[in-house]
Design a protein around this ligand. Structure first.
Ligand SMILES: [Mn+2]
Length: 346
């Protein structure tokens, strides 16, 4: 950080994320924005997530009462890559009619378009993978800011290669275990299927807050021989109504994780009151304080958070620096802060 930086001063309108002005080479934390939401099957707008989070982040008071001064590590969100913006435009144009038709099943001629969307997404994943590798090789903490939940695969791949026994903590209303959705191999609804299928080193997937899933996905969890652990929202909520404290509920989630953890945070895992414009909101979910406590418990157990994504934040179209973006940037700062704490950097 520059010596004359004042964390209490208002951010300049053209400042970087959280009002900081740090070049990625000098930052401890590099965020890759992925403004892509072509596979969003219901509400759109997650491709506006990174820019809305950037704008809203200027309101944050950088001092965190629990985490102290995460900003001192230097946090930089890279500029949006025009090639990714182009891939989103191309893929969205092809995917639109497929969403309208409810998938390729009803209109087989759309299957070719879905195949092309998948091809564009392979290019997206390669792009995110190489960008992630570039900064991981310089020992930065790297996070992806989506975009819909299909976008972090490149980062997951880069980290799984470096941490062979990595576990994934997924906070989400959905399991995302579908074997393709609407005809898209790389759908947001398939990200965890692709993770488990294509990254065999990932030892365990711990899903928290899941509450909207198919019978097939449910079976997949129950028949996974422990590779997938589902902490269902209906169970968590009913235990809570009976008075079981959150600290007790999260203990087995933490225990289930290996030493090295990647956090995949779909904002719809939280209460939809906190993310009203997200693409596929579902009642229930975690509060902000519960999320903070869960991340804190993982870190206090000695486990390392080696990377993360934050996806599906979609701003209010009439008010870009809206509640959704405000909440999103606060979640992002917590992800960064707890990850740095786990590396004992702060
Ligand atoms: Mn998801």
């Amino acid at each position: 950080m520059p010596n004359d930086f004042d964390p209490q001063a208002p951010a300049a309108p053209d400042a970087g994320i959280f009002g900081l002005d740090v070049a990625p080479e000098d930052a401890g934390v590099v965020l890759i924005p992925v403004p892509f939401d072509a596979t969003a099957s219901f509400g759109e707008g997650a491709n506006e997530g990174p820019s809305a989070i950037l704008e809203a982040s200027h309101q944050l008071d950088l001092f965190d009462p629990i985490l102290g001064r995460p900003y001192e590590a230097g946090i930089c969100m890279l500029d949006e890559d025009p090639e990714i913006v182009g891939l989103d435009a191309q893929a969205s144009a092809l995917a639109g009619p497929i969403h309208d038709a409810g998938g390729v099943e009803t209109e087989p001629e759309l299957a070719e378009d879905a195949r092309q969307v998948d091809e564009l997404m392979v290019r997206l994943h390669d792009k995110v993978y190489s960008e992630a590798c570039r900064w991981l090789d310089l020992d930065k903490l790297v996070g992806v800011v989506g975009g819909d939940h299909s976008v972090p695969f490149g980062l997951m791949r880069a980290l799984a290669k470096r941490h062979p026994d990595m576990g994934v903590l997924q906070i989400d209303a959905h399991c995302d275990l579908r074997v393709a959705y609407e005809g898209f191999t790389w759908s947001h609804a398939s990200i965890m299927h692709n993770l488990l299928d294509r990254l065999p080193g990932v030892s365990r997937l711990v899903q928290v807050g899941i509450r909207d899933f198919s019978e097939e996905e449910h079976k997949r969890i129950e028949q996974s021989a422990g590779r997938i652990l589902g902490f269902y929202d209906h169970v968590l909520q009913s235990e809570r109504l009976e008075g079981r404290p959150w600290s007790e509920q999260i203990a087995p989630m933490v225990e289930a994780l290996p030493d090295t953890v990647y956090v995949s945070l779909d904002i719809d895992g939280l209460d939809p009151a906190l993310c009203p414009h997200t693409g596929t909101p579902v009642p229930g979910g975690l509060s902000f304080a519960e999320l903070d406590a869960l991340l804190g418990a993982v870190v206090r157990s000695g486990r390392k958070l080696v990377g993360f994504d934050l996806c599906e934040v979609a701003p209010d179209p009439d008010d870009v620096a809206s509640w959704d973006a405000n909440l999103g940037m606060r979640v992002l700062y917590k992800l960064i802060g707890w990850s740095l704490r786990s590396k004992s950097t702060i």
